[in-house]
Ligand binder design. Structure first.
Ligand SMILES: [Zn+2]
Length: 115
């Protein structure tokens, strides 16, 4: 099995840190409403959501497994992206299908043939 305890510790620390920072935004007497601050706030909330998802997957025992194909995600990838929900293959596949209607990268595109 993967030794994911350090990732879990990292995620829990990260959650506390994000909650503090978000709390600071909400409760700070000087509530900032500039566009930039709103962007930072949105990013923090998004990060917190991802961290909480990852921790929920720990509870379910599915942490480190790809949500698409169910295979274990490369531990090296998890070290860099502790909130990763998909393995590199599936992630690439997803990106490719997103780009399917734009330019073909590398030439090997499997589009449905229209006759
Ligand atoms: Zn996968």
């Amino acid at each position: 099995m993967l030794s994911t305890d350090s990732s879990r510790q990292y995620l829990e620390n990260k959650r506390v840190e994000l909650q503090k920072r978000i709390g600071g935004f909400c409760n700070g007497g000087s509530f900032v409403t500039t566009f930039e601050s709103e962007c930072v706030f949105a990013v923090l909330k998004d990060q917190l959501r991802q961290v909480e998802n990852a921790l929920a997957r720990y509870k379910e025992g599915t942490y480190g497994l790809c949500q698409r194909c169910g295979k274990p995600i490369d531990p090296a990838r998890l070290r860099v992206l502790p909130c990763a929900t998909m393995c590199v293959r599936c992630k690439n596949h997803q990106e490719n299908s997103k780009n399917q209607r734009s330019f073909a990268k590398g030439g090997q595109v499997q589009l449905v043939e229209r006759k």
